[in-house]
Design a protein around this ligand. Sequence first.
Ligand SMILES: O=c1[nH]cnc2c1ncn2[C@H]1C[C@H](O)[C@@H](CO)O1
Ligand SMILES: [Zn+2]
Length: 387
Amino acid sequence: MRGMTTGPTDEQLVQAPKVLLHDHLDGGLRPRTVAELAVRNGYARLPSTDPEELESWFAAAAEAGSLEEYLERFAHTVGVLQTSEALHRVAAECAEDLAADGVVYAEIRYAPELSTQGGLELDQVVEAVLAGFAEGANRAARHGGRIRIGLLLCAMRQASRSSEIARLAVRYRDEGVVGFDIAGPEAGHPPTQSLEAFEYLRRENFHFTIHAGEGFGLPSIWEAIQYCGAARLGHGVRILDDITFDEHGTAHLGRLASFVRDRRIPLEMCPRSNVHTGTVNSLPEHPIALLRGLHFRVTVNTDNRLMSQTSMSGEFRELIDTFGYTLDDLQWFTVNAMKSAFLPFNQRLALINEVIKPGYAALRSEALFGRVDDSVGPVAAPSGTDE
Ligand SMILES: O=c1[nH]cnc2c1ncn2[C@H]1C[C@H](O)[C@@H](CO)O1
Ligand SMILES: [Zn+2]
């Protein structure tokens, strides 16, 4: 509630409806699942098969300091994702974990070309993931969780298979694939290397986002938008390079930054991941607060829950602690994300009006009346919090 001195509790952050647009399937496995799949499928290259040790090993990605080093950890999650059963299980657990964290709508991305080392066809990869999502969402619903979940297909920038993956995405557009993306090392692999794929997708009226402005700067963002036609930007952090400040601290937007803001191009920001890849030095230095203040269409995302040891409620917690955000800000980020989703307009609107806004209103009214503690009766809201 605007003006409240107390912020939302961790429990309220989980209860708050959240929308996640940028999260990699192979970056969010449960450590125990990685270990079990490795044993079951004879994958012998894991650094450990003890779930706790594995969790710490993946978490060391936090010290990577560069996108390239951060990405090295994925060899092992991809290593255990080479069968339909493994993909199905991991996708189902992903849906369950997100629902348990209060995510009501998610677009999860994966590069199917990474799961063909054991003989799977691309179609089988996509089908296993989609079936896993459906199963996980159903299991979550049985425990009171509600989640809509779609798949974005990534092509890996270094692999030159983007046109093939774009065609795959369009073929599965009515089965749960909601969009396309390119991922992997950004420097040396500009978006225009995949121009043919993006032109095809545009002719098909299909949706796509592009990882840009994370491991490389403005030229990557410019190509993603002006050559390729990206509807959203994965990260987009370096748009900051096109903003200058005068001696009064007033921000001035360059032409590209203005275009991004004027066109309401969503920025899929992933604060914790950006610190881990060295894209920004620390969370307080992250441009999310500045860009939110300048009314860019900012969204909050996790990127890789395992490698960056995060969750949507965890990202929100850190933003609150760092920038003093309130429930109003969290609702703003969430509505921004829902507006930006690759879902039909009427469904986006329904989720905003029937799920997100009522969810935040309920939390605000809880803050207004004080939380009920069964042992001592209602806890009064702290004094001096009137607007
Ligand atoms: O933040 C990222 N930037 C670029 N590529 C990424 C990032 N996080 C994960 N990936 C890559 C590694 C995965 O294997 C791939 C598909 O999910 O996408
Ligand atoms: Zn990413």
